[in-house]
Ligand binder design. Structure first.
Ligand SMILES: Nc1ncnc2c1ncn2[C@@H]1O[C@H](COP(=O)(O)OP(=O)(O)OP(=O)(O)O)[C@@H](O)[C@H]1O
Length: 261
């Protein structure tokens, strides 16, 4: 297993985010995390990535490739886990190629810095995200969507075994959303694990094989997309009616009406 939680409970004073979650994520699986704003999706991504200490008062645990996240060195952890948060910490003043090259840090063994192979991998990731024409442009000058693609390219260059992605499609136009989901699907095909927070249920239905629904009171529903993604679960999750449409083998869900207040 790549990532496993046992009895994971996350809370802030006065707000239960996630109660007693047992989750096993295997290589080659693609998980969507769905839920309302503020239900705790980002907090859960932090906990899964070892960015938030898990208190063991109730014997909560998060295991990454069989060991607690804290038991790995930072470099080893970064070879196992690549994390994309919603907010980027700080500014980066270099160009796009240099930014993507940062993803290679857990793989660099030489005291002489990046090797030709690291530059090649970074260039490949830049090309895969259709940024080659911008490779030598300052990252700070990119548009929101271009910047988001650069962030995905950095993770590709890092090439972890498991990708934890908090709203990876933010700022992307429809074609680039499709392109990113197609890339994630390819990574799963290569045996990588992906866990992503999504607000568009259609992408989860089409590309994710598992779903975790996180409810406002901290309870969760987990399972295969086929089992979990249905109208009644979605209506309970989002507190509005949902309409379902089927095209080919894909089910689409669209919000219907708000509950009367
Ligand atoms: N340091 C904190 N202290 C108290 N409450 C917090 C703290 N950080 C976050 N919260 C609250 O915890 C809840 C979960 O936040 P989180 O960012 O995990 O939600 P989310 O599901 O990712 O939301 P969104 O869909 O809006 O991104 C929110 O109600 C938030 O206001």
């Amino acid at each position: 297993m790549m990532l496993q939680t046992r009895n994971l409970t996350l809370e802030y004073p006065g707000k239960m985010l996630c109660r007693n979650l047992d989750l096993t994520i295997n290589p080659g699986e693609c998980w969507a995390i769905l839920g309302q704003n503020g239900c705790g999706k980002t907090t859960l991504i932090h906990a899964l990535g070892g960015l938030r200490p898990v208190t063991d008062g109730n014997e909560s645990s998060v295991m990454v490739a069989g060991k607690p996240a804290q038991a790995w060195s930072r470099r080893e952890l970064a070879r196992n886990l690549g994390i994309m948060l919603q907010e980027e910490p700080g500014e980066f003043w270099g160009d796009v190629h240099e930014y993507v090259l940062l993803g290679r840090h857990p793989h660099v063994n030489s005291m002489f810095g990046w090797q030709a192979a690291d530059h090649e991998i970074a260039s490949g990731a830049v090309e895969r995200m259709e940024l080659t024409g911008l490779a030598h442009r300052s990252l700070a000058t990119l548009s929101g969507g271009e910047r988001q693609r650069a962030r995905i390219a950095l993770l590709l260059a890092q090439s972890p075994e498991c990708y934890l992605l908090d709203e990876p499609l933010q700022h992307l136009d429809l074609r680039h959303q499709l392109s990113a989901m197609t890339l994630f699907d390819e990574l799963c095909g290569q045996g990588k694990s992906l866990v992503m927070v999504l607000h568009d249920v259609g992408w989860a239905s089409r590309f994710c094989d598992h779903v975790l629904m996180l409810f406002d009171d901290g309870h969760t529903i987990t399972g295969s997309t086929e089992e979990v993604l249905n109208r009644s679960n979605l209506e309970a999750l989002y507190q509005c009616t949902m309409a379902e449409y089927v095209t080919g083998r894909t089910r689409h869900f669209v919000p219907g009406t708000m509950p009367s207040v």
